[in-house]
Design a protein around this ligand. Structure first.
Ligand SMILES: [Fe+2]
Length: 205
């Protein structure tokens, strides 16, 4: 497994993606506390290459600077749309369909607006998808916060549903019955993925 799921505070998830042969690593969503991610990276002698934000909300991005300062060679990665809301300089702006290499691993980016205008999901080498606050286990993110849009969120979830069912979903919060699950299981059990159309979807409480 090349994705380490790290619980931060009450219910946030941060992730370290790493390529064992090259020892290159990326942190997704540092959240409020970078201690565990820094410890994980240093204990395995990894090289932090990217700090990636799935979206701009502070509970995902608060410790960006701590990581960037601790590993000065690392680069901050975010979508153009959400990047403008961040209080940090973005090094690499992501657009839909972009890819980044992390050693031998490929990180594929999908734009998934709806929770925020420029949310992104990260497909890790045909193995996993880190979904931020777009998709949780058993639920999806809110679309009623500033910049959210229920139609965009529905369309983003339809995009995710077309991906291979063996992908493991790693969400941005620990809100579900388990910390992660396969997309195939969630397509059967997650009410927000089961909904047949936008009318059904928008009635989910
Ligand atoms: Fe959020």
């Amino acid at each position: 497994m090349t994705v380490e799921q790290i619980k931060i505070g009450f219910d946030n998830f941060s992730y370290v993606i790493y390529d064992k042969p090259s020892k290159k690593a990326a942190v997704v969503d540092p959240s409020y506390n970078a201690l565990k991610q820094v410890g994980f990276i240093k204990s395995r002698d990894l090289e932090l290459v990217y700090v990636i934000n799935t979206h701009y909300h502070n509970d995902h991005t608060d410790k960006n600077k701590r990581l960037l300062d601790t590993f000065p060679q690392s680069k901050l990665v975010a979508s153009k749309t959400d990047g403008v809301y961040l209080k940090y300089d973005i090094d690499i702006f992501i657009d839909d369909g972009d890819q980044l290499k992390l050693g031998e691993l490929t990180l594929g980016f999908i734009l998934t607006p709806g929770h925020t205008p420029g949310g992104i999901c990260i497909v890790v080498d045909d193995e996993a998808i880190i979904t931020g606050d777009t998709l949780f286990i058993d639920d999806c993110g809110r679309s009623d916060l500033p910049g959210g849009n229920v139609n965009d969120l529905y369309d983003s979830l339809q995009k995710i549903k077309t991906l291979p069912e063996y992908l493991i979903i790693y969400p941005g919060h620990d809100y579900g019955s388990k910390p992660y699950d396969t997309l195939g299981n969630q397509k059967k059990t997650n009410k927000t993925l089961v909904a047949k159309n936008i009318e059904e979807f928008s009635k989910i409480p």
